[in-house]
Ligand binder design. Structure first.
Ligand code: IFM
Length: 451
């Protein structure tokens, strides 16, 4: 049996996110999100790019569905733009927003493609940030109300629901590192934002079940394998522990073990008194789930530094993130399929749940060749090696149920704007022409060879 032959029930998909592909930023009643604000702030996004038009997917769903069919996708993971549903973040529901996603779901189902819906992939309504965003404990109630509106409208047809995509990014990367919206630089705030995001997740889980009897409820995390230097000192191992807490334990702990990871609250006591943690929160946060989504692209290498490193992650002030080993992708991310397998396995153990790889992929400086095609052999190599790693994990007993390539289309890569291409399908942003890359054809062939 080939290393890329998977169990017959294994689900093959691709993923996108609302702000990265939809465009139509001011149409049909959509309100502004924190990413509209952030991308308009000089110096925050490379080239001053915004998601105003992106891949114009909002106007091109039928065309993009043809591409999904061409790739042979069995599932499509997309996110809902909260500001399309509730332009002010709370209160009145914008029916045009619901209708857009309702039509998308109908068209997917008609095409035999299973929708996997993520409720929050970072585009918080600006009106809610004006009220404190994820620093405001009320954000858990806001999210529960928004969840009820969406699942109430789509829960008769969608069963796969994911609350949050990568809360590490919407807390630590957004409130401590400042690289993502809303661009704060405060480790204590980041800890509070992470807690409120998890609280929002925990509050949303029963709301989803209430509105969708057959729901399979999930959260997507982006855990990272933390690698120590060779012959690590005691201090290096402490650096690994701290980095592991900041990247992984911060979410694995509360969500799956109803507890913050050992040492993390103490290690961050100089940043916050943790008064945002209230009695009973951890019970809410650890609501039982049906599966776990794992997004993983690369491992992180660390060592201890005797002097502050400028690392903004809470508790990691003396943790140095060292140079990745080559080869790296166009993001500078180390290509390491073995580490991918290890973090997938650990995620399954930590959660005790079946796992879907909800994102994995690589960026390369793709170009259209004179023959009109995109010959992205590096992406094919990455794809094949990571799928082989997933297959190995399955062989070794890990319950991995499916794989979603990131991404269906080249798209708005957050602070990198349109400079990084992750798609299986090339997008010419001038003309909006789509070209299936060689990797897209390879993925279709792998999917087609399964049964
Ligand atoms: O583009 C992002 C996506 O939005 C979340 N996961 C990682 C991808 C690549 O950086």
């Amino acid at each position: 049996m080939s290393e890329l032959t998977f169990p017959t029930s294994f689900l093959w998909g691709a993923a996108t996110a609302s702000y990265q592909i939809e465009g139509a930023a001011t149409e049909d009643g959509r309100g502004p999100s924190i990413w509209d604000t952030f991308s308009r702030t000089p110096g925050k996004v490379l080239g001053g790019d915004t998601g105003d038009v992106a891949c114009d997917h909002y106007h091109r769903v039928p065309e993009d569905l043809v591409l999904m069919k061409e790739l042979g996708l069995q599932a499509y993971r997309f996110s809902i733009a909260w500001p399309r549903i509730m332009p002010e973040g709370t209160g009145a529901v914008n029916q045009a927003g619901i209708d857009f996603y309702s039509r998308l779901v109908d068209q997917l189902l008609a095409g035999g493609i299973r929708p996997f819906v993520t409720l929050y992939h970072w585009d918080l309504p600006q009106a809610l940030d004006d009220r404190g965003g994820w620093l405001n404990r009320d954000s858990a109630d806001w999210f529960a109300d928004y969840t009820a509106a969406v699942v109430g409208a789509l829960g008769d047809r969608v069963t796969n629901w994911t609350t949050l995509n990568e809360p590490w990014c919407s807390s630590l990367l957004s409130y401590a590192v400042g690289a993502h919206a809303p661009g704060h630089h405060d480790g204590g705030e980041a800890m509070a934002a992470a807690h409120h995001l998890m609280l929002a997740h925990g509050r949303a889980v029963p709301v989803i079940r209430e509105h969708c009897a057959d729901a399979e409820v999930s959260i997507t995390l982006n855990p990272s394998q933390i690698l120590a230097p060779e012959d690590p000192t005691e201090a290096d191992l402490d650096a690994v522990r701290r980095a592991d807490n900041a990247y992984n334990g911060l979410f694995f702990g509360p969500i799956f073990h109803a507890a913050y990871p050992e040492g993390m609250l103490e290690d961050t006591a100089h940043l916050t008194d943790h008064s945002y943690i209230h009695d009973g929160d951890l019970e809410v946060i650890s609501a039982p789930l049906d599966n776990l989504g794992v997004n993983n692209y690369f491992p992180i290498r660390v060592r201890w530094s005797e002097t502050p490193t400028g690392n903004a992650l809470p508790g990691c002030e003396q943790v140095e993130e060292t140079t990745p080993r080559t080869p790296v992708t166009d993001m500078g991310w180390e290509i390491n399929a073995g580490a991918h397998k290890q973090i997938v396995q650990r995620s399954a153990v930590e959660s005790g749940l079946p796992v879907y790889i909800t994102e994995n992929g690589s960026a390369w400086p793709d170009e259209v060749a004179p023959d009109g095609a995109v010959h992205d052999t590096s992406r094919i190599d990455y794809l094949r090696s990571h799928l082989a790693a997933v297959r190995e994990a399955i062989d070794e007993g890990t319950d991995v149920r499916g794989y979603f390539a990131w991404s269906l289309l080249d798209n708005f890569e957050w602070a990198f704007g349109y400079s990084k291409r992750f798609g299986l399908v090339y997008v010419d942003y001038e003309t909006q022409q789509r070209i299936v890359k060689d990797s897209g054809r390879e993925y279709a062939a792998i999917i087609g060879s399964q049964h």
